[in-house]
Write a protein that binds this ligand. Structure first.
Ligand SMILES: *Cc1c(COP(=O)(O)O)cnc(C)c1O
Length: 355
């Protein structure tokens, strides 16, 4: 049976990207060795890092004066690396969910953290608006897409201070005005690659401004100066990222990814609204086009486990909602197809007809 992958992360990748990465793991570009067993400093690997970096810059139209590095440790390590490198006295954080809260927790180890707004009281079902950002903050940290709660900031905010963003689950899904940010980071396993690499875009001028000493590996400057090659980088995930970025480019770039994401979301949210069994959990104006969260209406609540089973039997994978929201979550990253979304919609319609 054909499987439709709605996993939240690690998540679906284009089949050709998986096949190219698998082929490189067997024989890297005809060199007779696996990508896993060559030096990261080998002549034939450097072009992979260069290409991946160039594609990030090209696809997101990264301005001059910014560097792109590929690091290990996941987005969770950036929660600490960001304040280490950028927080001198005070930083502003927008609390929009679990990941934002974890980022704040790390920042508190380094200085004053101002929570500019929070939607915790409504289980993070919306994005706070009209909050005040202290003009003397070193930066404003935002989480552009809240993977768990299915809300998203899909436009650039106005901020009197430079922004820093966790874009783990929506990077490469839309155009971004990088010039508004001192740093953008994204664990690649949601929308760019397999697990193991984090993409970091950093403004060169913003580095070296804090007075504290920074351990070598946690200093962005180390990785910028050494072109992601200070130590052994995660070579296979970087290769996979490069292949996927090529796929994004060949498929029309981030504008087209944005168009496809909106189209998929429109179909799925449309069915959630139409179907008497289901309702969305996020405020309409803030709902994510990447992670679409929904539950069963109160009247049909007891059918949730049955629907999960029904959809699973029809090939849907990974639609169980996160425990902090319940119900269902259909993650629709770049590789998700209209066919996949329509297959899920079909399940919802059939299940409705049975009840
Ligand atoms: C998954 C996720 C993280 C955590 O990423 P790791 O790479 O597992 O550390 C952080 N932020 C967001 C928005 C995420 O979706």
């Amino acid at each position: 049976m054909k499987k439709y992958n709605f996993n939240a992360g690690p998540s679906m990748l284009p089949r050709e990207v998986i096949e190219a990465t698998a082929a490189a793991c067997l024989d890297f570009e005809g060199c007779g060795l696996s990508l896993m067993e060559i030096s990261h400093r080998a002549k034939n690997f450097q072009p992979v890092v260069d290409k991946a970096e160039a594609l990030v810059k090209e696809l997101l139209d990264v301005p001059f004066g910014y560097s792109v590095v590929f690091l290990a440790g996941g987005a969770s390590t950036e929660f600490c690396r960001v304040p280490y490198n950028f927080l001198e006295k005070k930083a502003a954080y927008l609390n929009t969910g679990t990941w934002a809260k974890k980022a704040m927790k790390e920042a508190k180890l380094f200085g004053e953290v101002v929570e500019v707004a929070s939607s915790a009281e409504a289980n993070y079902s919306y994005i706070p608006k009209n909050f005040e950002i202290p003009a003397d903050a070193d930066y404003l940290h935002i989480t552009t897409n809240n993977t768990i709660f299915g809300t998203e900031i899909r436009r650039e905010l106005d901020s009197p201070v430079p922004m820093i963003a966790d874009m783990s689950s929506d990077i490469m899904s839309r155009p971004v005005d990088v010039s508004k940010y001192n740093c953008i980071y994204a664990g690649a396993q949601k929308n760019v690659s397999m697990a193991g690499v984090t993409i970091v875009i950093v403004k060169d001028d913003a580095l070296g401004k804090v007075s504290r000493p920074i351990p070598t590996m946690l200093d962005y400057m180390t990785h910028v100066k050494n072109g992601s090659m200070f130590n052994t980088p995660p070579v296979v995930p970087i290769y996979c990222a490069m292949k996927n970025l090529e796929w994004v480019k060949a498929n029309g770039g981030v504008e087209e990814m944005d168009r496809r994401a909106r189209k998929r979301a429109e179909i799925l949210y449309g069915e959630i609204e139409r179907n008497k069994l289901f309702k969305g959990t996020a405020a309409e104006e803030d709902r994510s086009v990447m992670n679409i969260c929904f539950v069963m209406t109160d009247e049909y609540k007891e059918l949730e486990a049955d629907f999960l089973q029904y959809a699973t039997d029809k090939g849907m994978v990974g639609i169980k909602g996160h425990r902090s929201v319940g119900g269902f979550r259909a993650s629709c990253y770049n590789a998700q197809t209209i066919e996949g979304v329509e297959a899920l919609v079909q399940c919802m319609k059939e299940f409705e007809a049975q009840h």
